[in-house]
Design a protein around this ligand. Structure first.
Ligand code: ADP
Ligand code: MG
Length: 458
């Protein structure tokens, strides 16, 4: 078998597999030698080798034999000529006329196949910024704009439906737009695990490692998922370190701060905390209203027959939970209803149409729940909260509980005082004031309160 034979076989293959497959998979193969019935090819990465072997191996073998080469087997060797880095160099072999496709192209194709398709709606343009998410948004923007990798990793966390996934898609879109040469890979931690497990099963972890270590921007959503999954964590940690060492950008999201993810190894926690950790706070009224207005505008652009009466959006923003997904769902239902019955959506119509959503959002936190959560959090007994002890370790949590009772329930100050072991309403006022102040000066207390609020609201 000669270079010539391979040349002819390549043309045949091109006809059979199509131009795209050809450029991505066949063209990068370098025929090196054939001996004892084995044809050797150099490939840029072992991933490409495995892929070609699995998908085109038989076909190549058949054509080689049709072309007169007596070959029983083909073997792919990872080429030493084809350097994978730096990203954008084109590499030519000794035969200057035959150019290997840039490895960045191969990598991009691989990453695209592994990445979850990005949702065209989830861009920065579609993201409404308000006080609760402005920091997260600013950090996401900065990272997407590229430049020196200063926040690495960027760790976004926050409760359900607050826009973590939206921001990650937006970063990926923006980064790709700014620099189409970059290889971006977005997936959830769960998918990361499945891919890893599959690689283990197929004894192909090298390709897996190759792929993940060769991207320019890695985005992993919902990393809390890998907590307690030891070998996945381990692999994740190595991937993570390899990319950080190469100054590649990593963006992660989770439903809570790194330090609060149980079952996550300490070394991972501390590594995650070395980047920028920002949280998305529960939405406030203004942000909810802003989001509703934006979604309404988007909808009206497509269907201007919809008429929403004054005050309806304000009503929804006030009454529906801080989960944006629920808010969006409610609005979509209103649109559908409006176009069905073909009439203006008034406050009454909205109330009727969304009765169930409104009822669900109404679920109010009770003082009992607050006490239970606070005790859980500080490892106390309810009796401690109600009792007379005034040592700091008990008094502080008691004040936190009173504060939350005031902020999260409709109970009056005297009522709250009574529930806390028959205390006076001035004690409650004092507690509310104290905790409000401490949140400004004492990060521990601030974190405790945020945590507790989040748990109670979910
Ligand atoms: P998370 O990943 O935090 O659970 P998502 O990013 O999936 O939340 O957001 C839930 C829904 O709410 C998505 O449809 C998203 O587009 C929308 N959303 C969340 N925050 C915003 C925002 N600030 N502006 C516009 N849409 C938002
Ligand atoms: Mg999400």
């Amino acid at each position: 078998m000669t270079d010539d034979t391979w040349g002819r076989v390549r043309s045949e293959l091109e006809k059979e597999v199509g131009a795209n497959n050809y450029t991505t998979w066949i063209e990068p193969l370098r025929f090196t030698r054939a001996d004892n019935g084995v044809a050797h090819f150099d490939v840029p990465t072992s991933f490409v080798g495995t892929w070609v072997q699995n998908n085109f191996g038989d076909r190549i073998l058949r054509h080689l034999n049709l072309a007169g080469a007596q070959v029983e087997r083909i073997v792919f060797d990872v080429s030493k000529v084809v350097v994978q880095r730096p990203v954008l160099t084109k590499i030519t072999t000794k035969n200057a006329d035959r150019e290997i496709i840039p490895s960045s192209r191969v990598r991009q194709t691989l990453a695209q196949e592994t990445s979850i398709p990005l949702d065209p709606k989830l861009t920065f343009d579609g993201f409404v910024v308000g006080k609760p998410n402005e920091l997260a948004h600013a950090a996401a923007r900065r990272v997407a704009e590229g430049g020196p990798v200063s926040f690495n990793p960027l760790f976004l966390y926050g409760g359900v439906g607050l826009g973590k996934t939206h921001l990650m898609h937006a970063i990926a879109w923006e980064a790709q737009k700014r620099n189409p040469e970059l290889t971006t890979l977005y997936l959830s931690a769960e998918q990361f695990m499945y891919r890893f497990v599959r690689a283990l099963r197929q004894r192909d972890t090298i390709a897996f490692k190759d792929l993940f270590r060769s991207v320019d921007i890695l985005l992993v959503d919902d990393v809390q998922f890998i907590a307690g999954k030891d070998s996945t964590q381990d692999e994740f940690f190595h991937t993570f370190n390899a990319l950080i060492d190469q100054k590649k950008q990593i963006i992660l999201s989770a439903d809570r701060a790194p330090g609060e993810i149980d079952g996550l190894e300490d070394r991972i926690k501390s590594r995650l905390q070395r980047g920028l950790v920002v949280d998305l706070h529960p939405t406030d009224y203004e942000l909810r209203l802003g989001i509703l207005q934006q979604k309404l505008e988007e909808h009206v652009a497509m269907d201007d027959s919809i008429v929403i009466a004054d005050g309806v959006l304000e009503f929804l923003a006030r009454r529906i939970s801080n989960n944006v997904r629920v808010l969006e769902g409610a609005l979509i239902r209103l649109f559908a209803f409006g176009s069905l019955v073909n009439r203006e959506i008034t406050l009454e119509v909205a109330q009727e149409c969304l009765a169930d959503v409104l009822r669900a959002s109404e679920r109010k936190v009770t003082v009992d729940e607050i006490m239970r959560q606070v005790c859980d959090h500080y490892n106390l007994r309810i009796a401690d909260l109600l009792g007379p002890k005034r040592t700091r370790t008990i008094a502080r949590p008691r004040q936190v509980a009173m504060y939350l009772a005031k902020k999260m329930t409709q109970r009056s100050l005297p009522e709250i005082g009574r529930r806390f072991g028959g205390r006076d309403h001035t004690t409650v006022i004092h507690a509310v004031r104290k905790i409000t102040e401490l949140q400004e000066t004492d990060t521990r207390i601030a974190e405790d309160v945020t945590m507790l609020r989040r748990t109670l609201e979910s």
